[in-house]
Design a protein around this ligand. Structure first.
Ligand SMILES: C[S@@+](CC[C@H](N)C(=O)[O-])C[C@H]1O[C@@H](n2cnc3c(N)ncnc32)[C@H](O)[C@@H]1O
Length: 269
């Protein structure tokens, strides 16, 4: 059964089926897309399952690099509809559902990946146990989790946090995820008992700089809590952000903004 947080995530992504990949595609890691940079850590396994695959942007990159057997699971069926239209994913096994209960066979994938999704999952021990079950012995688990914002994103959070805290109780976004899945130590503690080796830890610095209005939109789209704000609160936040970020704007009009994605890679021992 879905938790309230999962129901929120399903409804949010059903309403905005392309939001996650559009947001990621606004960023650049050394001039390339976030998905391309993340896929470098996955390599070219013969088969991959993506937990919280969204609209299939990462799976499409892996298909383009030669992975033949592709599967994904996500709470939001509308995103999976978008994924089915992507190049290389016509035969992908895309299932609506929860990563805590994987509808896949034991020992059936060379790699399991999860980009910006594991960190949102509750009962994460169950997700990891299911991952260990469906992975072949020696299979890889590659996890991308948010590592915070820099420059304008940092400013945005500073001005937004007090506003998020005063949203009426009946509009609050349910808290999702387990904080342990965001840190190296937390992931090691979760993964070790399920039979995984200690994680290797890498960082992707995503450049989200641009004209102030587009950076505002990026900040707006990055945090689910913005969805809980009413029109007046949103206008207030926009003004506060504009004022607080003004001094960062470069002479050419660019507002610097960045986000860190921590990539943990491990193998089933
Ligand atoms: C920030 S989006 C990232 C989507 C995609 N991985 C990407 O990078 O474009 C997080 C995704 O995780 C999915 N998700 C969250 N919890 C989940 C769960 N327990 N089982 C399956 N999917 C989940 C959400 O529905 C959403 O599509």
């Amino acid at each position: 059964m879905m938790t309230p947080a999962e129901e929120f995530l399903r409804d949010y992504h059903d309403r905005n089926p392309a939001a996650a990949s559009e947001l990621a595609d606004r960023g650049r890691v050394g001039g390339r897309s976030v998905y391309e940079a993340f896929a470098d850590h996955v390599g070219q396994p013969g088969s991959v399952l993506d937990l919280g695959c969204g609209d299939g942007a990462l799976l499409a990159v892996l298909a383009g690099r030669g992975t033949g057997k592709l599967a994904g699971i996500d709470l939001s069926a509308k995103q999976l509809d978008v994924a089915r239209g992507r190049a290389g994913l016509a035969d992908a096994d895309l299932r609506p559902g929860r990563a805590q209960e994987l509808p896949f066979e034991d020992d059936s994938y060379d790699a399991v990946v999860s980009h910006m999704a594991l960190m949102l999952m509750s009962d994460v021990e169950k997700v990891i146990a299911e991952t260990a079950r469906v992975l072949r012995p020696g299979g890889a688990f590659v996890i991308g989790v948010g590592g915070g914002g820099t420059d304008a994103l940092e400013v945005f959070l500073k001005v937004a946090r007090p506003l998020f805290a005063v949203v009426a109780e009946d509009r609050q976004i349910p808290t999702s995820g387990d904080p342990r899945s965001r840190t190296r130590e937390g992931l090691d503690a979760l993964l070790g008992p399920a039979g995984f080796a200690s994680v290797e830890w890498h960082q992707l610095l995503v450049d989200l700089s641009g004209p102030p209005d587009s950076v505002w939109q990026t900040c707006h789209d990055t945090y689910y809590q913005v969805d809980a704000l009413d029109e007046t609160q949103l206008m207030g936040l926009r003004t506060a952000f504009k004022v607080a970020s003004r001094s960062l704007v470069a002479p050419d009009g660019t507002l610097p903004a960045g986000a860190l994605i921590n990539v943990a890679t491990t193998r089933l021992t």
